[in-house]
Design a binder for this molecule. Structure first.
Ligand code: NAD
Length: 455
């Protein structure tokens, strides 16, 4: 079957309503849970091949997060999908009003390579629990995980319900020509624009989960050893190839020397100067990303770190001295390089951030409540943490998403269900009574009476 024929089959399956009943959605979520559980070891192998990811990281950032999300949806789906009664209006009296939570139809999910299970299955869970049929396009840059997903979905699900489309730009371009009812895209800001343009052709709504330069700001009152641990944990996870990794640190000038010393201690404690790909550290995904990062490394000033190995695409976590105008401060780094910038006054850092594209995340290390409030008031960003990095996305009660160049829309937990649903209004009247006040011919006495009543 060609792509248009396959999508047509998924659309017609949706219109037949087979996967609408809550019981069917629960069955599908349960099947997805089994699929992940029964093939956990295959996922570890695929991610080892694709990125040399340590098993601990695969389990903690890809497997457990997905299983937990399925459980959250299984527990809440009946409540989320309930028809809600709405209040009545004098203008529609006598009548009843209801809001139905409807699936969108046939949706397309395009994933990125850095967390190739998490970034395809997390939105998929929302799309299933909302009752859609789904086309999944995993990233070609994690080819082993992509083909494993394609194989498993064929085994566990009917293709009219969930189909996996493997491939890169060509396949994605073909898919984007189809009239989907929603596109959920995770990836770069550049490709996000291409997706949004294609979606506009069919007036398809989009959720864009993009990236950006997420700052970590360390204020003068911060506990530097704890800040260093939490920042380097967020930065070395997946070798910095994480959309919400701290991209750079802005450190109060009085704390620069201490942060440098603590960074050395933290990295030594984490890795003992013995980085083993697949065991305690991840490799850079491919040669072109490796070369891009080496170029950033060579054009900057290394404070600590800087070892590399092209054979294994290893780049050591590296702290670098930087200025706002440096080359490394222009685009998202997406690797284990951490530029350090200093500031003397909070206004300085806030003004600078206001001139940059809004990041996906922001991390603030301080107990100064006024500074926390000022950042929230003056700097737009997707989401973030105070005295922590990254982990806010593990709380399914929090919507996860960007703003401006870091994306639009959000997901996780109920927000995922809502992202793949729409609210449909219905007003119910009986045939009796049927007063003729509003029908032509219009009566001047009635308008006078109406005006008295409503003004
Ligand atoms: P990417 O934009 O290159 O690719 C993402 C997906 O888009 C892939 O499936 C790819 O096949 C497809 N694609 C690539 N070019 C395309 C084109 N011309 N037309 C249509 N589809 C195309 O991104 P990436 O390299 O996979 O991921 C890295 C980026 O994603 C970073 O910017 C990172 O911050 C961001 N990201 C964001 C999140 C988030 O949740 N917000 C998560 C992970 C990654």
């Amino acid at each position: 079957m060609t792509i248009p024929q396959q999508i047509e089959a998924q659309k017609s399956s949706f219109l037949k309503g087979i996967n609408r009943p809550i019981s069917v959605r629960i069955k599908h979520l349960t099947t997805l849970r089994e699929m992940v559980r029964e093939n956990e070891s295959l996922f570890y192998e695929a991610l080892h091949e694709d990125l040399g990811k340590p098993e601990f990281e695969v389990y903690s950032t890809e497997i457990i997060t997905v299983l937990n999300e399925i459980d959250v949806h299984l527990k809440n789906i009946k409540n989320w999908a309930k028809v809600r009664s709405a209040g009545n209006s004098i203008f529609t009296f006598p009548s009843k009003s209801k809001i139905y939570i409807q699936p969108l139809g046939t949706v397309l999910i395009i994933g990125a390579w850095n967390y190739p299970i998490h970034l395809t299955l997390m939105p998929l869970i929302g799309a299933i629990s909302a009752g859609n049929t789904i086309a999944l396009k995993p990233s070609e840059l994690a080819p082993n995980t992509s083909s494993l997903l394609a194989k498993l979905f064929k085994e566990y699900f009917e293709p009219e319900f969930i189909s996996v489309y493997e491939g890169g730009v060509n396949e994605a371009t073909k898919l984007l020509k189809e009239p989907f009812d929603k596109i959920f895209f995770t990836g770069s800001t550049h490709v996000g624009k291409i997706v949004m343009k294609a979606a506009a052709e069919h007036l398809t709504p989009v959720t864009l989960e993009l990236g950006g330069k997420s700052p970590a700001i360390i204020h003068k009152d911060a506990d530097i050893p704890v800040s260093s641990n939490r920042i380097w944990w967020g930065k070395t996870l997946n070798a910095g190839q994480t959309c919400v990794a701290p991209d750079f640190v802005a450190v109060h000038e009085s704390k620069k020397a201490e942060f440098i010393e603590e960074s050395k201690k933290t990295l030594h404690t984490f890795f003992k100067d013995d980085y083993i790909i697949g065991s305690n550290y991840t490799q850079i995904v491919n040669d072109s990303h490796y070369e891009r990062l080496i170029h950033l490394l060579n054009t900057g000033n290394i404070i600590t770190g800087g070892k590399t190995d092209p054979e294994t695409r290893f780049i050591e976590p590296t702290l670098m001295d930087a200025e706002w105008s440096d080359f490394i401060m222009q685009d998202e780094i997406f690797g284990p390089l951490l530029p350090l910038i200093t500031y003397s006054k909070p206004e300085e850092v806030m003004q600078k951030l206001q001139t940059m594209p809004s990041p996906l995340a922001l991390y603030l290390f301080t107990e100064d409540e006024q500074f926390q409030k000022d950042i929230l008031t003056h700097v737009p960003f997707g989401g973030g943490c105070v005295n922590e990095t990254v982990s806010y996305l593990a709380n399914h009660h929090l919507p996860f998403g960007g703003v401006g160049k870091s994306g639009m829309g959000s997901y996780h937990g109920k927000y995922s269900f809502d992202t793949f649903s729409r609210e449909q209004s219905m007003l119910y009247k009986s045939f009796w009574p049927d007063p003729d006040l509003r029908y032509p011919p219009y009566d001047d006495k009635i308008i006078t009476w109406f005006k008295r009543l409503f003004s």
